[in-house]
Write a protein that binds this ligand. Structure first.
Ligand SMILES: [Cu+2]
Length: 385
């Protein structure tokens, strides 16, 4: 008894510990100790929540009824009370009843479920289509039509490494924040065409009731129509793989005017960033630009120190390739290294970004002043494509 009480005490303390860790509900994300599905901000989300409860209640009623009858029968007709077993066989009424009733129940459950699943997949008449690509370990968004047509960017985890490594206290949006959220207008039908660039990922935002596997070589479309302005958070819901937990999703739903001005701004940025690869970039320009590209695309594996992770990711600091001829260095960035985590960045980054990140790595850490000419120009990258 004492042992049991000790155990209970320990459990209670653990629970208090969890609660007192000052975790708060996350706006657009999970709530503290959330058990139920998210309320959601789309009709489909409400339908899904309704179906969930409907099915659960039907199952519960059947469970109670069947086990109730069973336990009552066992208890009421036990031998010690002198119960005598009946010996009838084949009772037509009972057999018809236990065939017909479950059939009706199954149909009653299948009808609304099918209706919702069909509605989820009906992407016809979308106002805006966005292509979503899962990469190791980030999301790429590309607006196919609408006022932001042509805008494309990568969406990276924005939580500082120091928080992940426990050197800083965790922020309120720990692992659920990104540098560039997906921005969409409120009340519009948004088609999301999901694919994978390397391995299988899964684009999930509970408040929008969207969860779609991102499979390389396939495009799967889903849609949502958010009814409320706000930020909605989700995560890559693919289970197996090192960093799926570090590629969150943030969808920012804004008013139509805000969407129009955001689109205009993005297009301006795009025009400004569509760097002319023939422009002369100074070494200092490239290094400054490359540092940002490195922070957004390379640190997760090769680390800020350039030292990599022993046994997993090679150090760029002192690497033979980084200190060697430009051509090999450009090749590994453009083509990646098939079969390893080193992705082909040729499809994700433009010439200036690739040239600048290479120049940065060749001119940083202990590589500075060593090896061959560090400067790789965008024109070099363009020529190597
Ligand atoms: Cu993933």
């Amino acid at each position: 008894m004492k042992k049991v009480r000790g155990l209970l005490g320990a459990c209670a303390m653990l629970l208090c510990g969890v609660v007192s860790a000052q975790v708060k509900d996350m706006p657009g994300g999970p709530r503290v100790n959330q058990l139920n599905l998210s309320e959601g901000v789309t009709q489909i989300a409400r339908d899904v929540a309704w179906l969930h409860w409907f099915m659960l209640i039907v199952c519960l009623v059947i469970f109670v009824a069947v086990f109730g009858v069973m336990f009552y029968s066992i208890w009421a007709h036990r031998k010690s009370r002198g119960a005598k077993a009946a010996t009838f066989h084949e009772h037509l009424g009972v057999e018809v009843a236990w065939t017909v009733i479950p059939f009706i129940i199954v149909i009653a459950m299948a009808l609304p479920a099918t209706r919702t699943v069909v509605a989820m997949k009906d992407t016809s008449g979308a106002d805006i289509t966005v292509k979503v690509t899962g990469y190791q370990w980030k999301w790429g968004y590309e607006y196919i039509d609408g006022p932001a047509a042509g805008v494309k960017f990568l969406s990276n985890l924005a939580t500082p490494r120091a928080q992940i490594e426990g050197k800083e206290p965790r922020g309120p949006l720990y692992l659920m924040e990104v540098d560039n959220p997906l921005v969409v207008p409120v009340g519009k039908k948004i088609r999301i065409s999901v694919t994978g660039g390397d391995v299988i990922h899964s684009w999930m935002v509970p408040d929008l009731a969207v969860k779609q596997d991102a499979i390389p070589g396939f495009i799967r479309s889903v849609w949502f129509r958010a009814e409320k302005v706000g930020e909605y958070r989700g995560q890559c819901a693919e289970l197996c793989g090192k960093d799926h937990a570090f590629m969150p999703i943030v969808v920012k739903v804004v008013s139509e005017q805000d969407y129009a001005s955001w689109s205009a701004e993005q297009k301006k940025l795009l025009a400004a960033a569509a760097d002319d690869p023939n422009k002369e970039w100074s070494a200092a320009d490239l290094i400054a630009r490359g540092e940002k590209v490195y922070a957004a695309n390379c640190v997760a594996c090769h680390q800020g120190s350039g030292k990599g992770v022993v046994g997993a990711f090679p150090a760029l600091d002192g690497s033979k390739i980084v200190l060697g001829p430009k051509a090999d260095n450009i090749q590994i960035l453009l083509k990646g290294k098939p079969g390893t985590a080193m992705a082909a960045f040729g499809g994700q980054l433009n010439d200036v970004e690739i040239a600048s990140v290479i120049t940065f790595s060749r001119a940083s850490w202990s590589n500075a002043g060593k090896g061959q000419d560090p400067v790789v120009s965008p024109a070099d990258v363009k020529a190597a494509r």
